[in-house]
Design a protein around this ligand. Structure first.
Ligand code: NIG
Ligand code: FE
Length: 401
């Protein structure tokens, strides 16, 4: 069953043309067939379809691609957040608090918490989410986190090298051997990606040498690399990510000129997570410097209980524009097409023929409102219902004959 989606005041196609590469079309329409975008163009030239959804002058963009999130966890760290708001610095030590609560939680508790966070994301226009392990840090608990994550997304990431857990701090080498041996073997079947918190500035995270060992083992096991790097200070994360051909290096707050050059000459995306700087009261990464150097930039939430407990891509866009010098067009591109590149996906992050019909609708006439109206729930996914079945979307109109 085909659906004509019309009444689109502004359509972001991300076809690479025009302002910020957004491929903007005004007074536009698109046809969706079997879950795929079949046609895009001017509303007045739209072909007939089995049914019509009239959006009444709203803006439409590709669903957000949140390429960095830690959603499998239990426990609360509001007290740690409160302490940071009065000046305490973040150093990664709180990860052990979440680890203890997550280990103690039942499968059903974790499944329900994960489902609730996914619902929050979807209700704000996010269509694809990457989900990391990293709060289990035993063979069984990491494999469990990835099994649960696989129930909700194909973009699962093994992060056994999040921190060295408290019981292993006496022997870091033994922990790296566990991560690259039995833990990797148990987790690889449930993961697409491998990640490491490469941060010599944190006593809990991993050095460049340790991170290399972890990533190379993951690559040998068939996983694709991505890196948490350069969040708390200058370090080797970016160079390592580029050298190993990582899809993305995430945070990128503290960058040398050589780091920026390396990123610009690579296929590695720099994923910026401004919700983290907001929630840790830290300096924001310099998005302008990266964009001006020609680096591909993605935006993601990093939703996690320690540094940013937010599921909101619209918030991230507003912060990127207000605090990191990105234009609304650049921020929207980075939250959609940029996220897709960070996940090496060509079927999402754009609305051109052949793309998945993951569509975000705004209660607004243009994408700029995402930054212009911060905190207002403008974004939602377009619900076209099951194939041929009813739809709960109130904007669906009867077919025009
Ligand atoms: O991406 N940097 C490492 N990991 C998370 C924080 C995890 C936590 O504090 O619980 C991040 O910021
Ligand atoms: Fe993270």
């Amino acid at each position: 069953m085909s659906t004509l989606v019309t009444g689109i005041a502004e359509l972001v196609t991300n076809d690479g043309e025009g302002e910020g590469g957004l491929g903007l079309r005004r007074e536009a329409a698109l046809v969706v067939d079997a879950g795929v975008v079949a046609w895009v163009g001017a509303a007045r030239e739209a072909p007939a379809a089995d049914r019509v959804v009239d959006l009444g002058g709203r803006a439409v963009l590709p669903a957000f691609v949140d390429s960095h999130a830690h959603l499998v966890f239990d426990g609360d760290r509001a007290a740690e957040f409160t302490a940071r708001m009065t000046g305490q610095r973040y150093d990664g030590g709180g990860i052990a608090t979440t680890m203890a609560a997550t280990r103690a939680a039942s499968d059903d508790t974790l499944r329900n918490l994960l489902a609730q966070r996914m619902r929050e994301m979807r209700s704000q226009g996010t269509g694809t989410v990457e989900v990391k392990s990293g709060y289990g840090l035993t063979v069984e608990d990491e494999a469990r986190a990835l099994r649960l994550a696989r129930e909700v997304t194909p973009e699962t990431t093994f992060l056994g090298a999040h921190v060295v857990p408290p019981e292993a701090r006496g022997d870091r080498t033994a922990y790296v051997e566990l991560v690259t041996g039995p833990m990797l073997a148990a987790c690889a079947p449930h993961a697409r990606w491998i990640d490491v918190f490469c941060e010599p500035a944190s006593p809990y995270a991993f050095t460049g040498d340790e991170a290399r060992v972890v990533l190379e083992a993951g690559i040998a096991a068939g996983l694709r690399p991505r890196v948490h790097g350069n969040q708390l200070g200058h370090g080797p994360g970016v160079q390592l990510a580029v050298e190993l051909g990582a899809a993305s290096v995430d945070h990128c707050t503290f960058l040398s000129a050589a780091d920026v050059d390396a990123l610009a000459g690579s296929g590695t995306v720099a994923t910026l997570l401004p919700g983290v700087e907001f929630s840790t009261r830290s300096p924001y990464p310099d998005a302008r410097r990266l964009l001006d150097a020609g680096v591909t930039v993605a935006l993601a939430t990093d939703c996690n209980p320690g540094t940013c407990y937010s599921t909101s891509m619209p918030l991230v866009i507003a912060l990127a524009v207000r605090e990191m010098g990105m234009s609304p067009a650049e921020a929207v591109w980075s939250a959609t097409a940029g996220g897709a590149q960070a996940l090496q996906r060509s079927d999402i992050g754009h609305l051109t023929p052949g793309a998945r019909a993951d569509v975000c609708v705004l209660e607004a006439p243009s994408h700029a409102h995402l930054a212009y109206r911060p905190g207002v729930p403008l974004a939602r996914l377009l619900d076209l219902g099951a194939e041929g079945g009813p739809t709960s979307d109130p904007t669906v109109a009867a077919p025009r004959s």
